[in-house]
Write a protein that binds this ligand. Structure first.
Ligand code: ZN
Ligand code: ZN
Length: 122
């Protein structure tokens, strides 16, 4: 799989028990549906359930790294994510991930989600 912003191969990457696809150039992170299910199991937070309640803002100019279809932009709290309606993969921008970490606690973003991404970014 390639980064939706760069033509760089995404690198399979672990953070604690979670697994995702990481872009070494932009530090973006892609989770397939399977990895999001694992996240749900390990962190008791269902990102897809959150996102299923959100109406897409617009079509993203990025294409899904997994299935190459156009993704949709959805807001999770104050964070804009690219979500694939076809395969349910989610792309997390480096900047958006930082917001998840900064905003946890005082918003509806669960702290364990911030821990998860914090583990990735060090
Ligand atoms: Zn990238
Ligand atoms: Zn997809």
């Amino acid at each position: 799989m390639k980064c939706p912003s760069h033509s760089v191969d995404l690198v399979p990457s672990h953070a604690e028990e979670a697994f995702g696809w990481y872009c070494s150039k932009c530090s973006g992170l892609f989770l397939t549906q399977k990895e999001i299910q694992a996240f749900k199991y390990n962190y008791q937070t269902d990102i897809l359930e959150y996102l299923s309640l959100v109406t897409p803002q617009k079509i993203s100019n990025r294409c899904c790294p997994s299935c190459s279809k156009s993704m949709e932009m959805k807001m999770l709290a104050e964070v804009m994510l690219d979500v694939c309606a076809h395969c349910q993969g989610v792309w997390f921008d480096r900047n958006e991930v930082s917001k998840i970490i900064d905003d946890s606690g005082d918003r509806e973003i669960p702290t364990n989600m911030a821990d998860f991404f914090g583990g990735w970014l060090g």
